[in-house]
Every structure is written in C-alpha cells, then in structure tokens.
Design a protein around this ligand. Structure first.
Ligand code: PRP
Length: 177
C-alpha cells in the first residue's frame, strides 16, 4: 500500500482502559491458581503482552512463541508452522496464549492444538482485537478486547511491512483519495 493515510480506530486511552479490564478479569479468573504462563505470539503481541502482564495482580511468567503462516495446505493447521518455541515446560501449568489480532483464526487454532498436546492444566486464549468478518476457523477466544471491521490495522504491535508497530493507538490504513 504505497499511498495511504492513517485513521485512529482505537485510541490510546480506550486501549489502556480495556487492557485494564481484561487484566482484572484474568486476575479474578486465576485468583486461586499457583501461576499463569502468558505465551505471547511474536511479533505483534509484544506491546499488548507487556501492558497486560504488568496490570495483572496474580503470579505470572512470560514466554514467547513465534509462528509463520503460508499459503499452501488444505487444512487449518498445516498452513501455520512453529518457527520459535518457548523455553518453559508447560506440563501441569495454566497457559494463556496472548495475541494482538485474530484474523482468520488459523494461528490461534494451531497454537491451541499444539500447546494442548503438552499436557498443560489448561490452555486459554486472549486477543486484543478480532475481525469477525474474516473468521475461517472459530478458534475459541476466552478474552477479547475489541471487535473491528475488516480493514488493515497498524499500531500497538501491529505492522504493515514492519512499519508503525510502535504507534500508541490502533489505526486503520486507508488508501488516499
Ligand atoms: C498476525 C497476528 C497473528 C496472526 C493472526 O501475525 O499477530 O499471529 O497474524 O492471523 P490469523 O488469525 O489469520 O492466523 P503476523 O503474521 O502479521 O506476524 P507478526 O505478528 O510478526 O506481525
């Protein structure tokens, strides 16, 4: 997209408020548990994970995982592959996968299936935004910040060609003119 302008879709204040609400909800839900393993999906989730994790009031550890999507393949899970695994052994642990965005749902579906094979106590999912119009696979989302329309968004971890990840808000990219 060469000639475009950015239009704020979700302001910095709205993100901060919603991330606080999600952190409260998660803290309540896991209040009686030993520890929560937060698994951020690189790269996009790094900002959301940083803010969310610092607002939690429960014991937590931070892990990261990276996946890559590709076009080939006829089923949901064989179009996503793992490119970097986490360090932690999650057997018997409570796991929360943290995503910046759910688009088709393929990545989240793949990750839930993958991590579930490692015998965790539980695997839940959290995303800041989801595009319901793009859903191909209904991966269960336990915690969601916002639903957004099917427009390309940048900021708060999200990029277009690696640009605009560090904007404090989420903006829609609109072609000029
Ligand atoms: C984005 C996002 C999710 C995935 C969601 O990652 O962070 O991981 O796409 O899409 P899906 O629901 O269609 O699977 P992206 O591939 O842009 O990589 P990045 O996070 O490194 O920017």
């Amino acid at each position: 997209m060469e000639d475009y302008e950015l239009e704020i879709l979700i302001s910095e204040a709205d993100i901060e408020r919603r991330v606080g609400e999600l952190a409260q909800q998660i803290s309540r839900d896991y209040a009686d548990e030993d520890e929560l393993v937060l698994v951020g999906v690189l790269k996009g989730a790094f900002v959301f994970l940083a803010d969310l994790s610092r607002k939690l009031s429960i014991p937590r550890v931070i892990e990261f995982i990276a996946v890559s999507s590709y076009e080939e393949g006829s089923t949901a899970s064989n179009s996503v592959r793992l490119v970097m695994d986490m360090r932690e052994n999650i057997e018997g642990k409570q796991v929360l996968i943290v995503e910046d965005i759910v688009d088709t749902g393929r990545t989240l579906h793949f990750l839930v299936e993958l991590l579930s094979t490692r015998n965790p106590k539980s695997v839940k999912t959290c995303a800041l935004v989801r595009k319901p119009d793009r859903t191909e696979i209904d991966a269960t989302l336990d915690y969601l910040g916002f639903e957004i329309p099917d427009v390309w968004v940048v900021g708060y971890g999200l990029d277009y060609d690696e640009q605009n990840r560090t904007l404090p808000h989420i903006a829609a990219m609109k072609p000029k003119g």
